[in-house]
Ligand binder design. Structure first.
Ligand code: HEC
Length: 133
């Protein structure tokens, strides 16, 4: 019985994090045979392998805050000397982290003291979308 309630609570809280409404009201549809709630437990684990929607969303917010006034909203280059980030090579994360941390040619300021590694990773996740989210 306790296990059932625990499962219901877990499934309920996982469903609450989804953008879409759960198909059944939380806690109502967990049957005894439902010992593998695969869709709800597998998705967060898979999200950890690559950038998940939350990471991209965080990156987008950080980008809007710190980068967009030079690099343009949605990465659409405003026609200034700043680099068009839609062109940035997606296989060169090391260069991205290095340029962002240390700045570039005295024209882009260094962000190493402003952004944490996690935050840079989130912005990178957003860069990988090419501004299409
Ligand atoms: C003050 C304006 C400004 C801001 C703010 C800014 N950048 Fe830049 N950024 C530039 C300029 C200018 C360049 C081109 C530098 C060059 O190549 O000489 C550039 C280049 C880059 C490059 C390409 C570096 C390379 O290796 O060629 C990346 C990646 C980048 N910026 C990411 C970011 C990110 C991420 C942010 C927000 C955290 C950001 N920038 C904020 C002005 C800015």
């Amino acid at each position: 019985m306790f296990f059932l309630m625990l499962t219901a609570a877990l499934v309920g809280s996982a469903a609450a994090q989804e953008r879409f409404a759960p198909q059944a009201p939380p806690g109502s549809a967990v049957s005894a045979s439902d010992t593998k709630p695969d869709p709800d437990t597998a998705r967060p684990a898979a999200a950890r392998d690559g950038p998940g929607p939350e990471e991209i969303e965080q990156g987008k917010v950080l980008y809007a805050h710190h980068c967009s006034h030079c690099h343009g909203f949605n990465m659409v280059n405003p026609g200034t000397i700043s680099y068009d980030l839609r062109q940035f090579p997606h296989d060169d994360k090391a260069r991205f982290l290095n340029s962002v941390s240390n700045g570039k040619n005295g024209r882009m300021p260094p962000w190493g003291a402003v952004l944490s590694t996690d935050e840079m990773n989130q912005i990178w996740a957003y860069i990988l979308t090419g501004g299409k989210t």
